[in-house]
Ligand binder design. Sequence first.
Ligand code: SF4
Length: 295
Amino acid sequence: MMIDNAEGLVFRPPSEARSFILRVTIGCSHNMCTFCAMYKDSKYRVRSLEEIDGIIERAAQAYPFVRRVFLADGDALVLPTDDLIHILKKCYATFPNINRIGAYATPADLNRKSPEDLKRLREAGLGIVYMGIESGDDEVLRHVKKGTTGALTVKAGKKALDAGMKLSAMILIGLGGKERTKEHALHTAEVVSAINPTMLSALTLIIPGNVPLYEEVVTGKFTPLTARGFLEELHMILSHTDMKNPCIFRSNHVSNLVPVGGTLPMDKDAMLATLERYIPRADNVRPLLNDTGNF
Ligand code: SF4
């Protein structure tokens, strides 16, 4: 559900498909990641509380059945804690049937907030944050300008969980290219295991023609994985995870070559077996293409 697309495209996690998408910012304050095209066409701005209150009031009238609200755009948690609490309270007071609010958050957003700030946000009804880990490998993170490190990502994820929020984390298969697939896989497995998020999604890298990483492909500085390479890398990540608490794992996004899902650590062997069945067949599969079709 979405009524607010006058300023650039709107993105939300698949699990928020039925939520009201409340854009508290337009775009992403970071907007530097070399693989990400999501907000390249949006001029970043923070919406005023007055503007947001008006949107909430109109949306609650139009969609009184709304049960969930999702705060966008790319890093809604960048807003000051008091402003976020105002927005959370306004949503709960205005939508008659609401029972959960979620938001995108970068590791830097979470690390800028104190544990007390995060607890206050949880108490005000922020139930889940979605954090893009992308990679646990510092060299990959530096290369793609993610603005964090593996250690800082672990710290951020743990802070969200310690505050009592659910944490849905995303990783990006193929982000190290052929050049760093092993390091990317092993360090990503380390980071996700250290965080042990509530949910973990593995998406497959697709490189559109309008991002800096695409130029690196053209000039030969970055070599995308083959279809087999993507599956082997996911296999390596999964096989090295060491979750102590149940983590719902999904790799069934439209970008993924083979849908895999289950709960870690219990279903790890079954998911690995699924990948092992498909890896030999992947040699004849074209990987997901960029918009030139020439990977
Ligand atoms: S922080 Fe997220 S939304 Fe912003 S540029 Fe990076 S990947 Fe894209």
